[in-house]
Design a protein around this ligand. Structure first.
Ligand code: FES
Length: 101
């Protein structure tokens, strides 16, 4: 299911682009957020909680929490609910605090 409306962002979907999620090629729209593209692709778990290692997904969806932290192009702690998707991005599930690669 693709998210059509966002509480603070306006999605201006353009062309379909490809990116990588945990080593697999995924498609999304240029102009939507990383988390929105993953949600549309059926990905609900974006990371694991810091202490109890439980699955985490969207929570606030407006950049106010840390529920959607992921590693993007080797950089941890990226708030994917408010970060625009770009062609060729390498997106990975984050576990723990994240380590810069
Ligand atoms: S879901 Fe809260 S910052 Fe992204």
């Amino acid at each position: 299911m693709r998210i059509e409306n966002h509480p603070i962002l306006e999605f201006k979907r353009k062309k379909i682009i490809k990116f990588t999620f945990n080593g697999q090629e995924v498609e999304g729209y240029e102009g939507e957020t990383i988390a929105a593209a993953l949600h549309a692709a059926g990905v609900k778990v974006l990371g694991k909680s810091l202490f109890s290692n439980r699955p985490r997904g969207f929570f606030c969806a407006i950049g106010n929490c840390s529920s959607c932290f992921m590693v993007v192009n080797g950089v941890p702690n990226i708030k994917t609910c408010v970060t625009d998707l770009k062609e060729g991005m390498i997106v990975e599930t984050q576990e723990g605090k994240g380590v810069i690669k």
